[in-house]
Write a protein that binds this ligand. Sequence first.
Ligand code: T4K
Length: 373
Amino acid sequence: MSQDIYVTRPHLPPLEEFQGLLNKIWESGHLTNSGPYHQQLEQALCDYLKVPYISLFNNGTIALVTALRALGIKGEVITTPFSFVATSHAILWTECTPVFVDVDPVSLNLDPAQVNSAITKDTAAILPVHCYGHPADVDAIDAIGAEHGIPVVYDAAHAFGVECHCGSVLTHGDLSVLSFHATKVFNTFEGGAVVCKTPEMKRYVDQLKNFGHEGETVVIETGINGKMSEINAAMGLLQLNHIDAAIAQRAEIDRQYRERLADLPGIHCVEDSGQIRANYAYFPIRVGPEFPISRDALYHYMKERGVHPRRYFYPLIPEFPMYSALPTADKTLLPHAARAADEILCLPIYPGLDQASLTRIIALLHDAAASGT
Ligand code: T4K
């Protein structure tokens, strides 16, 4: 019986490499609160990602909440309905109101024209997502933010290492937020980061994630505990040694999917959107009406046969109960996002997905097509 295949499997460095770093943590007793590995990882990530300042976090969600808080956002935040629920939850946690606008039907990222038309006197920020690691239309969205004096925070949870026409996509907007969760391209088990443009902002974010402390006896803000531990930081340092090889393996899987699914009517691979360097974080396909069975039928067909794709992102965020009463949650106002949520299926992609597994996944898609004709 062949093993089940999941949408992802975390990349892990060789265990013996980790053991060496653990020994040092045990010797020093420095477990958290900006220890040596934490500081090394911040610098190493700035170098790798080509960004000026990074503040590490214990996860991407707390990093998002802290980023909004650091900019003093109060009011309405224009955002995408087509994302993981953490994007909108961060808006609610900062006591702001999400304003959903539709996505571009091809890139599935926020449509700048829709963002522009949604701006009112109450708009406090724009929170786009680089969905699947495909860059949002950063030039257009940054320009809208600049024109109206509205901060832009990018949820870059999927966009580790992604570069667009002008370098790292993480240098856009006022702040960008990364996730280093186990399911991400670069993982520290749990983790995240805020990418900052100035030393002042980095210092402020560092204070906010450390209870608002400024030194030993002064507390300047109602901060939170968002600190990354030394264990997670050590894992990050090791992961960085392997990241280029891991992304190269993802690229090869992406290439094969595109090539081997090209002749399957009704299956449409979501196109990249303008990245110069991609990270192949996800492999989303759209199951069109020409495919003999529905997206959900295909999802169950595959699961029953031991392959577990995921419907990222279904249901749409506005359908969840804490959002559904908002005036902008009406799905008829979000037709492109609603259609994507009904058609999308993310196929397994991760370093270590072997050739036999890839062939099995692709064969299953062909079999499913044949089963419905
Ligand atoms: N913004 C966006 C746009 C995001 O996508 C996310 C997170 C965030 C913000 C928030 O960042 P964090 O606070 O998480 O750092 C997963 C992740 O939990 C979540 O991090 C991620 N986005 C989201 C898209 O996916 P689930 O509920 O799909 O995870 P789960 O546990 O079902 O895992 C999926 C598959 O991965 C499993 O079937 C098997 C495999 N897996 C998973 C884990 C956790 C493993 O093999 N090992 C593991 O340890 O949410």
